[in-house]
Design a protein around this ligand. Structure first.
Ligand code: NAD
Length: 453
């Protein structure tokens, strides 16, 4: 992984530094384990406890999916006080009242002290809105509060806790993709999140492995640097041919990224004529499978001090260009069946942010855009989702004032900033065939930031 980690993660990792961090009462962020997610068996050698609470429908499928990823599955923690477990997956879809919920306590209470650093917790719960009675709906919803709180406790040791929400009508194979993501190192900076798996999008004919994106054509906007460059690299690693797009002044770094990953560099301003991109994708590739709307800009000022051009530029790049590009690809039938659209949002679009009325509006709009378009695209096997990063170490956040930057970095359950690679992993997961159960949603990559929590 190419990106630099932050100074406090490095300091806390050292013997003397670790003691100093403790003595000063600073948060001690754990160096997160990343990488290796391109493998067909990302959980090889990992010990997972997989439990199904009574009445659930997802336990067997979950255990089979974890085994297929190489994990060794146990019903309980291995004997011996020192034996660590790398993950806990619990099917809680059968919980319908307070008495049922006690088994959550009973399962997790003894296991948590055994969870390894950077371990994984995944809970599967029923959809609250799919429950027949109010108490069952309340129970299902309550599990979300449980997981979000557990994530805050797990974060102290660099571990994550996430929730998969599904209803019984959903085939178990739909859970495999989200389970892969939440239980592997690719979700190092994703915690306290819930993903709903729906039956909206038909299952693809066959799920390729291990190069999940072989034969697919992807376009990534804003690919010359930061998050976009990491996304392009990750998609290429999974076998996609990646068209790396950025503005003409970014030609040199763009060519470097495209050259490094065996992709194609395309200098183009996305606020220009959307026909340009469609022409190239049509002529050179006959269409496109994955569209990642990553290019984004900030023009921060309080609304009272904001010049109209700052408002207009942000809307043009962060919102209008996305809708215009998609409309042109649609009109020409260039987005192929089984396609994937991923739009980069931001936690500013969820929480709002001082001095970012324009940016937060555009990023909230993108969340609405993904949710609104999902049903119409589903019939063709196409998913559309948003990814909302929190504080990520990139040139964009390097421009922030020192103190603001330091506060933003620490205000999350993992007490550190994320890396572009963390966002790339989330985008890559959503772009993969096995994410077909996830559409119209927003996945936060924010270490469970307190903003908009
Ligand atoms: P960045 O500024 O480092 O990179 C953005 C890239 O987009 C640049 O290469 C830029 O040249 C390109 N771009 C800008 N306008 C363009 C246009 N009109 N046409 C083509 N390309 C254009 O940003 P980043 O931090 O890597 O952010 C990537 C995305 O993630 C953005 O949408 C951003 O809003 C979002 N995001 C970032 C963070 C973070 O912490 N860095 C947090 C939340 C959301």
């Amino acid at each position: 992984m190419g990106s630099e980690q932050d100074w406090l993660v490095k300091l806390a990792a050292g013997g003397v530094g670790g003691k100093l961090v403790k003595a000063l009462g600073l948060p001690a962020p754990v160096a997160l384990v990343r990488g290796g997610t391109g493998s067909a068996a990302p959980l090889a050698g990992r010990h997972f406890v997989c439990r199904a609470l009574p009445g659930g429908f997802a336990g067997e499928g979950a255990a089979a999916a974890l085994s297929a990823l190489g994990a060794e599955i146990f019903a309980d923690a291995p004997a011996g006080d020192d034996a660590r477990i790398d993950g806990v997956v619990v099917d809680a879809t059968g919980c319908r009242n307070a008495a049922d919920l006690r088994s959550l306590y009973e399962v997790f209470h003894p296991l948590l002290r055994r969870l390894a650093r950077c371990g994984r917790i995944v809970v599967i719960a029923a959809r609250p809105d799919g429950q027949g009675d109010a108490l069952a709906a309340a129970t299902a919803r309550g599990i979300e509060g449980f997981v979000r709180s557990l994530a805050k406790e797990a974060g102290k040791r660099g571990a994550t806790a996430n929730l998969i929400v599904a209803d019984p009508a959903v085939a178990p194979e739909r859970l495999a993709g989200p389970l892969r993501f939440f239980s592997s190192d690719g979700s190092a900076y994703v915690t306290g999140q819930a993903l709903t798996v729906s039956g909206l999008v038909p299952a693809p004919a066959g799920l390729p492995a291990p190069m999940r994106l072989s034969g697919r054509v992807a376009v990534v906007t804003g690919a010359a640097r930061g998050i976009g460059a990491a996304i392009a690299a990750r998609l290429a690693e999974e076998g996609a041919t990646v068209v790396c797009l950025d503005v003409p002044p970014a030609q040199a770094p763009l060519a470097e990224v495209a050259g490094r990953i065996g992709g194609v560099a395309l200098t183009l301003d996305i606020t220009g004529d959307p026909a340009q991109l469609a022409d190239i994708l049509g002529e050179r590739f006959g269409g496109v499978d994955i569209v990642v709307h990553n290019a984004g800009i900030t023009r921060d000022k309080t609304l009272a001090n904001m010049k109209p051009e700052a408002w207009d530029q942000v809307m043009a790049v962060n919102l209008a260009a996305i809708a215009a590009a998609d409309a042109t690809l649609d009109a020409r039938g260039l987005l192929r069946d089984g396609g994937r659209i991923v739009c980069l949002s931001s936690i500013a679009g969820i929480a709002g942010n001082y001095g970012q009325t324009n940016y937060a509006l555009s990023k909230a709009a993108v969340i609405g855009y993904a949710a609104a378009r999902a049903p119409a695209l589903a019939g063709r096997g196409i998913t559309i989702n948003a990814v909302a990063p929190g504080f990520i170490e990139t040139p964009m956040t390097r421009k922030m004032p020192l103190l603001t930057r330091e506060v933003a970095r620490r205000l999350n359950s993992l007490a550190q900033g994320g890396l572009p690679e963390d966002v790339a992993e989330a985008v890559c997961f959503l772009a993969c065939p096995d994410a077909f159960g996830v559409t119209g949603q927003t996945l936060r990559v924010c270490g469970q930031s307190l903003l908009g929590a």
